[in-house]
Write a protein that binds this ligand. Structure first.
Ligand code: ADP
Length: 230
């Protein structure tokens, strides 16, 4: 469950940045109020600069609201302590637009990271990672380092790492921009399966074709405001 009430967010320093101030009035997100039930799927839409990445940053707790109330997976941000936030972050899987893979670690170990953070036994980790590598079609690249992979392969590794530990919330920023249509469709089927199992999913995208093929509840931002919730 996600619940936002009058949440605004301003990047520190933006108020002093004359150019940005003129265009944006300083706030990247303005008075957002919406709920996403557990197991809900939301498209996050809006033109470049509308605030999609900023909202995803708030939801994966990389930044805190400047004002307003936010509850993520039953945890109220005002009351959350540092240790609680670290635990909460481990229940969230994120597909970053720039993938953020660790370049010196083999693909296998990149994907295994969330399971290792949970101190799962190595034989279990091996089974889980090999099975998701099969699913993303990259078992043969398990020993490769991310810089040796194509953009689409790196994006599939990032997706595998985001979902391997069955997080309660998955946040994905343009997760199909390096995928072909068939791979994008498979990803959507995975997201639908995960939502069916109770995972909340928010996907920011510009892929209009994909949104048309998989119509679902939309959150649309314009100039940092929520202009559509339905
Ligand atoms: P979108 O993901 O929809 O393209 P963003 O969330 O990246 O939109 O951007 C929303 C607004 O916040 C824009 O005005 C952008 O310039 C500003 N912004 C984004 N990232 C930063 C940052 N790190 N520091 C300051 N301002 C930022």
């Amino acid at each position: 469950m996600i619940r936002l009430r009058d949440v605004s967010f301003r990047y520190e320093g933006t108020a002093r940045d004359g150019a940005r101030e003129a265009v944006q009035g300083g706030a990247a997100l303005r008075q957002l109020s919406f709920d996403v039930p557990q197991g809900g799927f939301r498209w996050l839409l809006g033109p470049s600069g509308a605030g999609k990445s900023s909202l995803l940053r708030l939801l994966h707790l990389a930044v805190r609201p400047t004002s307003g109330r936010m509850e993520i997976l039953g945890v109220e941000m005002d009351q959350a302590r540092r240790a609680g936030l670290a635990r909460l972050r481990r229940r969230i899987g994120v597909v970053h637009q720039d993938f953020r893979l660790l370049p010196d670690l083999p693909v296998f170990d990149n994907i295994a990271l969330p399971l290792r953070l949970q101190h799962r036994p190595e034989d279990e980790i091996r089974d889980e990672v090999l099975s998701i590598l099969d699913w993303v079609g990259l078992r043969a690249r398990a020993a490769a380092r991310p810089p040796q992979l194509s953009g689409g392969e790196q994006q599939r590794v990032a997706i595998a790492r985001a979902v391997i530990h069955r997080p309660a919330l998955v946040l994905a920023d343009e997760p199909t921009n390096a995928l072909d249509d068939q791979q994008a469709n498979r990803l959507m089927e995975l997201f639908q399966d995960l939502a069916g199992l109770g995972t909340t999913i928010v996907v920011a995208t510009h892929n209009d074709g994909l949104v048309r093929r998989y119509p679902s509840h939309e959150l649309e931002l314009a100039h940092g405001r929520l202009v559509r919730d339905g």
